[in-house]
Design a protein around this ligand. Sequence first.
Ligand code: ATP
Ligand code: ATP
Ligand code: CA
Length: 219
Amino acid sequence: MKAQQFVVIGLGRFGASLALELMEKGFEVLGIDHNEERVEEMTDKLTHAVMADATDESVMRSLGVRNLDCGIVAIGDNMERSILTAILLKELGVKMVVAKAISILHGRALEKLGVDRVIFPERDMGIRVAHQLVTPHLLDYIELSKDYKIVELTVPSCMDGKSLAEINTRAKYGCSIIALNREGGIIVAPTAHDYLYAGDIMVVIGSNESIDQFEEEAV
Ligand code: ATP
Ligand code: ATP
Ligand code: CA
């Protein structure tokens, strides 16, 4: 089930950017912050922006928070408030609760409370940027499990004009190109007869080892 209505609690840098992106994607977003200025700044940018203390149960009830599909606790620096808010969202019956953690212990506490997804924005972004810095053509990646991933790479000039059969990625490295994204459009599930052009984006799936080897030797 795809969430349609979100409540974002805490409109700091993280919460505000998350809320705006959800709006951009066409979802309804209720933003809550107890800081007046932060709320004012978001008033005409979100479906609703309300000044309230998210740990106040009666206020949260009156805002109808329990009817929303997903709640994001974007309070970071104050662990107590973050935890109280997460408990409240869970108790009110919000189906999916996501919370930002500032430390491993904070994250563990949130998980124990039944928070559905705990995120560590600073840590995760640090890891992501490190990967991108040391892998020249890497745009983005998703870890599928401990051993498998999907990566998005720009096609290097050494592959320009070559077919997938010539590059022979699957046979040689054991990883598959699952999509090619170029200005003219996306080719999903390209075959041996599709061509690569420098600057295209290729999406590759495989084991970490096979993809690392492909990146080192071919890209
Ligand atoms: P960020 O790291 O996202 O930039 P920040 O460091 O400015 O945020 P945090 O302490 O992480 O601030 O809190 C994020 C937001 O959550 C702040 O705007 C703060 O006013 C709000 N906030 C904190 N506690 C509550 C609460 N109990 N109810 C509502 N809003 C709260
Ligand atoms: P496979 O069983 O690996 O698909 P195949 O013998 O059926 O190989 P083709 O489909 O004609 O042969 O492809 C020839 C070669 O081109 C493959 O062995 C593979 O290395 C490469 N190739 C084709 N499509 C892809 C793809 N989407 N991603 C990576 N490599 C591909
Ligand atoms: Ca902060």
